[in-house]
Design a binder for this molecule. Structure first.
Ligand code: NDP
Length: 272
């Protein structure tokens, strides 16, 4: 019997680790799948998806820059995808396209796996782009005390909070954080990609604060290095979120939650 077919669509896509991650999940959970990456031209996303459905594809992940287009082509959306305004997981069944977003759940599962307490915690979310928006609903579902969204362009943080209309959420600029304290700080800006730090006050970092960066790499990101040097109790990068979102997609498609720890460890070793 031929394995069920899955894809990840993106541009660029060469760097994607998703095929490796899903093949390990499948092997460990004895599922028969074939998962390939596919480079798609910017104007060709919808044709690429139709073509894959025509070939019998069962599902696909979607990455930069197609997550908003994937939202548009879906016939049905989960609440978390609709509120995220983006889809990273498509399922093809019953002649329909189902859209989901597993990024936020991947983050939450990684925080929990790292023993970070979210219930009643005061969370600071840095950034108000697609990644920040995608994680808000799953974070709110963990019943935190509050989430402050701080962004360089304050109006974007304000719009994001209005969109969710939840009284635990508030928006501000980095300069407004001076007198505040948090239990968990999550960097959802892309500052680390350009080697820079979001300009947050050093007074936020203490022995009681856990810092998370959605970016990951061979070395600690600038934000995590800065937080560690200034005494944060724990610093965690986004590799676990990457594997976590893949695990939730795998569960959406296959109904089985794969084991993630060993996959994170082997990816970590391959970054060295
Ligand atoms: P967007 O381009 O949508 O948003 C970028 C955000 O970063 C904006 O809030 C922007 O602020 C802010 N920003 C950029 N540069 C700086 C800087 N130098 N100082 C302060 N703020 C800055 O990107 P995404 O939201 O899609 O992605 C954010 C990051 O999350 C990326 O680095 C991405 O790689 C990572 N990510 C990781 C995932 C994982 O699985 N580990 C999953 C998804 C994303 P402004 O609005 O003012 O421009």
């Amino acid at each position: 019997q031929t394995p069920d077919q899955y894809r990840v669509f993106g541009n660029p896509i060469e760097h994607s680790r998703s095929p490796d991650i899903h093949h390990i999940f499948a092997e460990k959970s004895q599922q028969s799948i074939d998962y390939q990456k596919q480079l798609v031209d910017i104007e060709d996303f919808s044709n690429a998806v139709s073509g894959f459905i025509h070939q019998g594809g069962k599902g696909a992940n979607v990455t930069v820059p197609f997550k908003e287009q994937a939202l548009i082509i879906a016939d049905e959306l989960t609440e978390r995808a609709s509120l995220a305004g983006a889809v990273n997981t498509l399922s093809f069944r019953e002649g329909k396209i189902f859209g989901d977003n597993t990024d936020g759940e991947g983050l939450v599962q990684d925080l929990i796996a790292n023993n970070v307490i979210l219930k009643q915690s005061r969370i600071l979310l840095l950034g108000a782009g697609g990644a920040a928006r995608g994680v808000l609903l799953p974070l709110l579902a963990q019943t935190p005390h509050s989430i402050v969204v701080a962004n360089r362009t304050v109006s974007k943080a304000e719009i994001l909070c209005q969109h969710f209309a939840d009284k635990r959420l508030s928006a501000c600029g980095f300069q407004d954080l001076e007198q505040q304290q948090f239990d968990v700080i999550i960097n959802a800006t892309s500052a680390s990609l350009s080697g820079s730090l979001p300009p947050i006050p050093i007074s936020l970092i203490s022995q009681n604060v856990v810092c998370y960066d959605m970016v990951y790499g061979k070395d600690l990101t600038p934000f995590l290095r800065w937080a560690k040097e200034n005494g944060a109790i724990k610093v965690i990068d986004g590799l676990g979120m990457l594997v976590g979102q893949a695990a939730v997609s795998f569960e959406v498609w296959r109904g089985i939650a794969p084991e993630v720890r060993s996959v994170i460890d082997s990816l970590r070793a391959s970054l060295k």
